[in-house]
Design a binder for this molecule. Structure first.
Ligand code: 5GP
Ligand code: MN
Length: 334
């Protein structure tokens, strides 16, 4: 951790402030887990803290402590704007490019508040006063643990904070199956376990929550919609709006589907294409050295990490898929 930044941040946080935590669109377990842990910690430090997300977060995270305090900009834009106007410090968690907070970017940029960025994605944009960016970590939640520890407040990490950070680390590593080759991750998880969290129960709350429709959608994807290109060690799944409707699609139902083709021995890259109103949303995952962040950035106006990235295509589903298929022979050179 950058010690000079931490000394300054410690000074700034020494008097109670109005603090707003911002996280990215379609918040995942790490976005919500790290934000709630930070909120609980800073509230213990006598700050007034809010969390604003661009849109709603999945139901399987709604049991997390204090999650009912999250302000969703899409549902309550006036409340969000009021909070932003009263903010003295922003803490940006789990994103590093402003397009990830969508409409919140403008009021955020206009604000004179101090801006702190804490994140683990590659290539941070330069919009914060303090940028704590560590791409060699499992998750933003892991960095939040280090942040609290660096501020000398490890003793304030209670069971609630530990649950939130555990969810962030567990979900961002696919239950400890990727981005998890650093011993520090397990040191932190071990310390979280000492707060008497129930990791088995948390796993059930986060993962064993499928509706019947969601399970059948997954089956449909794997049996009908997965295309495998063995010669390129790649596969993709595509879903049109009509197909989503057929399975009574709810927010979060397509979460994780992109990972399944990677369970095939010789598939090293998997993509998921989802048709939206005016674009196609793309998720890409890989195993090993293939850098899908570069593919998302170069071809699909997105980004992310080496093994997990996302982006968008303004083309139709068919055109997007054709563009992707044409890229396959070059993948190893990207
Ligand atoms: P997902 O496929 O789950 O939506 O995203 C995978 C990873 O890529 C996440 O870590 C997410 O933060 C990042 N990501 C997804 N979409 C975008 C995007 O449009 N731009 C950037 N810069 N990163 C993205
Ligand atoms: Mn993350």
């Amino acid at each position: 951790m950058n010690e000079i930044a931490i000394v300054d941040i410690k000074k700034i946080l020494s008097i109670s402030k109005n603090i707003t935590i911002l996280t990215h669109i379609n918040p995942d377990g790490d976005a919500i887990g790290s934000s709630l842990a930070m909120l609980i910690y800073l509230t213990l430090k006598k700050h007034t803290v809010s969390i604003i997300t661009p849109n709603d977060f999945p139901d399987f995270l709604k049991w997390l402590p204090k999650s009912n305090q999250i302000v969703v900009n899409k549902n309550s834009p006036e409340t969000a704007l009021k909070i932003i106007s009263e903010t003295e410090i922003f803490i940006c968690l789990d994103f590093n490019s402003l397009n990830r907070i969508e409409k919140l970017a403008e009021p955020f940029l206009q604000s004179k508040a101090i801006k702190i960025l804490i994140d683990h994605h590659i290539d941070p944009e330069n919009f914060a006063d303090f940028t704590l960016s560590f791409s060699n970590t499992s998750s933003t939640s892991e960095i939040v643990y280090d942040f609290i520890e660096f501020l000398g407040d490890e003793n304030l990490i209670n069971k609630e904070i530990a649950e939130c950070l555990y969810v962030g680390i567990a979900t961002d590593t696919g239950s400890f199956s990727y981005s998890c080759n650093h011993s520090r991750t397990y040191d932190i998880v071990s310390k979280l376990m000492l707060k008497e969290i129930n990791a088995e129960h948390i796993h059930r709350l986060v993962y064993d929550t499928y509706s019947e429709d969601r399970m059948r959608l997954l089956g449909f994807c794997l049996s009908e919609k997965m295309k495998v290109f063995s010669q390129y060690e790649a596969a993709f799944i595509s879903l049109t709006k009509a197909e989503l409707k057929r399975f009574n699609h709810q927010t979060g139902d397509t979460e994780g589907i992109v990972n399944y083709p990677l369970s095939i021995g010789n598939v090293k890259m998997a993509a998921l294409f989802i048709e939206k109103d005016d674009h196609v949303r793309i998720s890409i995952r890989s195993k090993g050295d293939l850098n899908v962040n570069k593919i998302a950035k170069k071809y699909f106006n997105g980004g992310g990490h080496k093994n997990a990235a996302g982006g968008n295509s303004p083309l139709s589903m068919e055109e997007t898929i054709n563009k992707f298929i044409k890229l396959l022979p070059e993948l190893n050179f990207i």
